[in-house]
Design a protein. Structure first.
Length: 202
């Protein structure tokens, strides 16, 4: 190894330090972006108050594509009984996703854990995909996402997707309950009127 007599850092050492600075800067930018995305996701439930279930699913799919810079997003939200399910798809890089999902349901009956799927775009476009269930055995739905970024989906991606999905599932459940409230109130009024009529006839 050559010694630096003039106090200057030798070229190999300088290159290594420069690379470390670049890596550190990239990591700082990534962390800042993650914090920004988490803050954005944290205020979304307020924006969904009063929204109908299909609108919530569509908003979530648009959010995943726009904010998280994905190439494909699929959102399925439902109540635990499997009724009133809504589905929304954005992007087309995972063209065979419907077939993939159908095969999973036929073989296993549900999606019970996070699954990472490689090369979802076929030969022309090498995208990686991830499917994340919402609730136990995807009883409240699931989300799927795909991106051609080389490190997708890393741990941060999966955490952001899970936070977004859980917020949307809660908003969906609240919207469903609000929609059912008038019929419940009507049934209660009908029961009370029948009881009053029965009391008067006694």
């Amino acid at each position: 190894m050559r010694c630096a007599s003039d106090g200057q850092i030798e070229e190999p050492q300088h290159s290594q330090m420069l690379k470390m600075d670049i890596d550190r800067s990239a990591e700082i930018l990534r962390l800042r972006a993650t914090v920004r995305d988490l803050l954005a996701l944290s205020i979304i439930p307020e924006a969904w108050v009063g929204r109908q279930p299909p609108a919530i699913a569509a908003d979530l799919a648009d959010l995943l594509i726009g904010s998280l810079k994905l190439d494909f997003a699929f959102v399925r939200l439902c109540d635990p009984t499997g009724h009133q399910a809504v589905e929304v798809t954005r992007g087309d890089c995972w063209k065979r996703f419907p077939e993939w999902l159908q095969e999973r349901f036929v073989r296993f009956g549900q999606v019970s854990r996070t699954e990472i799927v490689t090369n979802v775009g076929g030969v022309k476009k090498s995208c990686c995909g991830v499917v994340i269930p919402i609730g136990v055995n995807s009883e409240r739905g699931l989300i799927a996402a795909a991106c051609d970024r080389s490190d997708f989906p890393d741990q941060i991606d999966q955490q952001l997707l899970s936070v977004a999905a859980n917020n949307a599932a809660t908003a969906f459940q609240n919207a469903r309950l609000i929609n059912e409230l008038p019929s419940v109130q009507k049934a209660l009024r009908g029961g009370r009127l029948r009881q009053e009529s029965a009391d008067l006839s006694c």
